[in-house]
Ligand binder design. Structure first.
Ligand code: F6R
Length: 365
């Protein structure tokens, strides 16, 4: 039941600290990730993996995109990510020893299931499903399985399923990475950060009132632009998808460096520009992209790390986010974008848990 919450989506947003803690339970020790979490055969099947292909749809696809930055950046494993409805209709070239990974909340998404069946024909080394539905077709059809422990997700817009998928991907980075470029210290670092994650999510949930205060700037707009760089680019994509699916405001995400290659032409005071700006090596680059927006009369809404020097001005609204490690930033900042989409949609009187034209589980093509 929704209990004290007005909508399932809000309840599920607030469940994320618990969902993440449950997804970590019995999967990590003090310093190591237990690879049995992926199934009894994990040690054998992971032994010869040298590359990863991720396939998923929608929000789950966005999790995969973030996973690629981690698998390549931390584990040095080549990784490609594709939406299932494209993957299944082309002729991908499969490099030897490639692990085929599907991400899905429901485990019943028709295109993802078809992609898994196709993957067997294509000769992938092994298959792994990261999934939230224990008895699903995807789980039954995969050699290895890592269950996210989000619990039933009722709201059509995926929230806790997404953040627990990201946690699951970090567990995968650890177990594959230790066979490649990830040092024992690197793995310990991931484990320690993961332990701190539920508490960090609790903290950003406390920024709810600040996010709500931005609602009037969005509620009567037709369009919004979301910007991020690095792992924050897929975070921006996820923020834009949440906003469009529940508030029906057209939203697009761009890697901030692409602004000047076209979308800058759209920027004016009628199009709010949301930026996710954790403190990382790309911050300076992002700052100059934000300046490009200001110079065109755009209005900025920035989620910025407390240590950043992004100041409020007539065109710049800032919500200050507690400092977080670069690795966790995609998860932490996503929660804020979920809240933004939620409150904007509520103010428009939209049907939050049942957006028009959408189904929770897309079992048809
Ligand atoms: C968006 C959303 C969808 C799903 C997509 C895949 O909020 O929920 O984009 O992520 O339909 O569904 P699963 O993860 O069940 O395969």
């Amino acid at each position: 039941a929704r209990g004290e919450y007005r909508h399932y989506m809000l309840k599920e947003i607030h469940e994320q600290p618990r969902a993440i803690a449950d997804t970590l339970e019995n999967r990590i020790g003090l310093e190591r990730v237990y690879e049995q979490a992926f199934g009894h055969a994990a040690t054998d099947l992971f032994a010869d993996i040298e590359a990863v292909q991720i396939v998923a749809c929608g929000t789950s696809y966005h999790a995969g995109l973030i996973g690629r930055y981690w698998l390549e950046g931390l584990a040095s494993l080549p990784c490609t990510v594709e939406v299932a409805s494209e993957f299944r209709y082309r002729k991908p070239r499969v490099a030897p020893h490639t692990l085929f990974v599907t991400l899905s909340q429901s485990g019943e998404t028709a295109d993802t299931l078809a992609a898994l069946a196709y993957a067997r024909e294509l000769g992938f080394a092994h298959t792994l499903a990261i999934c939230n539905a224990p008895e699903s077709s995807l789980v039954r059809g995969s050699e290895l399985v890592l269950m996210t422990q989000a619990g039933p997700e009722i709201g059509v817009a995926s929230t806790k399923a997404f953040t627990t998928q990201l946690v699951a991907l970090l567990l995968l980075v650890a177990v594959l990475g230790r066979r490649h470029a990830l040092s024992p210290e690197g793995e310990t670092h991931i484990v320690q950060l993961l332990r701190s994650l539920p508490g960090q999510i609790e903290q950003v949930l406390g920024l709810d009132a600040a996010v709500q205060a931005w609602v009037p700037f969005f509620a009567n707009k037709q369009h919004a632009l979301f910007l991020g760089r690095g792992t924050q680019y897929p975070v921006a994509m996820e923020g834009a998808l949440k906003l469009k699916e529940i508030s029906y405001i057209h939203a697009e995400a761009y890697p901030a460096g692409e602004l000047k290659h076209g979308p800058l032409a759209l920027v004016d005071s009628d199009m709010p520009v949301v930026a996710v700006a954790p403190n990382n090596e790309l911050l300076e680059k992002l700052q100059s992209n934000l300046q490009e927006v200001r110079a065109r009369g755009g209005e900025l809404f920035v989620f910025a790390d407390a240590q950043n020097a992004i100041r409020e001005d007539a065109q710049t609204h800032v919500i200050t986010v507690p400092p977080t490690d670069d690795l966790l930033a995609p998860i932490v900042y996503t929660v804020l974008l979920q809240l933004l989409a939620y409150h904007v949609a509520v103010s428009k009187g939209a049907d939050i848990d049942q957006p028009r034209n959408l189904a929770k589980s897309v079992t048809v093509e």
